[in-house]
Design a protein around this ligand. Structure first.
Ligand code: PHE
Length: 342
């Protein structure tokens, strides 16, 4: 009956530090097979007085131990629930910001599309650089320093100089790449240059100080105006997503001879007459021409053997026409209402 010592049973129970230990304690003292139970069962052998005394003692131990056991058990269960709640905690009050995904600018989406069209037609895509020399922008494409044509291009000059002591310039047209491309790739050559160009001029709904051009340069033996016309109709039809005709008017650019201004059949009204084409059915869309012999020579190409054509499309204008955008300054003014509508 050593183990029935009340103090040691209670002391054992007080040492219990976890639910598992409490289970063990229960098994040991209160479980069916164990000490208090067994002690009850063995009372049969005792005399009536001893039985009474023993019964009383066991009863006290059992009552006290059971109460303490219940208390501990409840505490462990509460701890377990609290722990689980803490682990499962989701703070639904957390105000996470919505993630806004950006998208490419309309002009850039269209530029990529046009590049793909050009690539499918066999053009090499080149970008060149925005800051160029006077040689690249003017002299290499037959615009001498004294030429009044330099005034056609209201130029932004930089304070930095090139090797010749000339101020560098922000290219006023992508024709500034023609010379480098001829020298780099030689002939035959079929390339387009999408790129930003800069002009120091007053802005209005159809003029901006920065805009994108797409320069085309095709040089080979026996290249004719007919080749240009066919190619341009295919290109514009692909860009506008509908059959497009062109009309050619004589125009002057120092780097081509002959030079043309090209009108496209109005893609908005399909030549029925609308405000965009001012009821004429035609809209002016690009400059082009047969590459001037001086430009070929300057690029190391023999003009007696090779001919070619060049063109310069204003991308902002083309995209504005395609999407019926009335003022091309929307492309650069950063107005979110505009940017988010495409
Ligand atoms: N560079 C001319 C411009 O910016 C466009 C052009 C390119 C014209 C090629 C003819 C040939 O206005």
């Amino acid at each position: 009956m050593q183990t029935m010592d009340k103090k040691s049973i209670i002391a054992d129970l007080k040492k219990v530090a976890s639910a598992a230990e409490l289970d063990q304690w229960y098994e040991k003292y209160l479980g069916k097979k164990w000490e208090i139970t067994v002690a009850y069962k063995s009372m049969g052998e005792l005399s009536p007085e001893e039985k009474k005394e023993m019964g009383q003692k066991l009863g006290e131990i059992k009552t006290e131990a059971t109460a303490l056991y219940e208390e501990k058990n409840t505490a462990f269960q509460r701890d377990a629930i609290n722990e689980q709640l803490a682990n499962d905690l989701v703070d639904i009050s957390l105000d996470l910001p919505l993630v806004k995904t950006g998208h490419a600018h309309l002009l850039q989406k269209e530029r990529r599309l046009i590049e793909e069209i050009c690539q499918s037609m066999g053009f090499i895509i080149e970008y060149g650089k925005d800051v160029v020399t006077k040689y690249e922008n003017f002299y290499s494409v037959n615009i001498p320093a004294s030429h009044p044509a330099t005034e056609m291009h209201d130029t932004y000059f930089l304070s930095q100089h090139d090797d010749q002591g000339d101020n560098l310039v922000l290219r006023t047209h992508t024709s500034s790449m023609q010379n480098e491309l001829m020298k780099r790739y030689g002939v035959p050559l079929k390339t387009v240059v999408p790129g930003k160009v800069y002009r120091h001029e007053n802005t209005d709904a159809s003029h901006d100080t920065v805009f994108w051009q797409l320069e085309g340069l095709v040089i080979d033996k026996d290249i004719s105006i007919g080749n240009f016309k066919e190619m341009m109709m295919s290109l514009l039809s692909a860009i506008f997503g509908k059959d497009t005709k062109i009309r050619m008017r004589p125009a002057y650019f120092p780097f081509v001879e002959p030079g043309f201004e090209i009108d496209a059949s109005c893609p908005i009204c399909e030549q029925k007459g609308c405000s965009l084409c001012k009821q004429t059915g035609w809209i002016e869309i690009l400059g082009a021409g047969m590459v001037h012999p001086n430009v070929l020579k300057e690029g190391g190409v023999d003009p007696n053997e090779y001919t070619g054509f060049a063109f310069g499309i204003g991308l902002n204008r083309v995209v504005a026409i395609k999407y019926d955008i009335k003022d091309i300054r929307y492309f650069t003014n950063g107005d979110l209402r505009f940017l988010q509508s495409f």
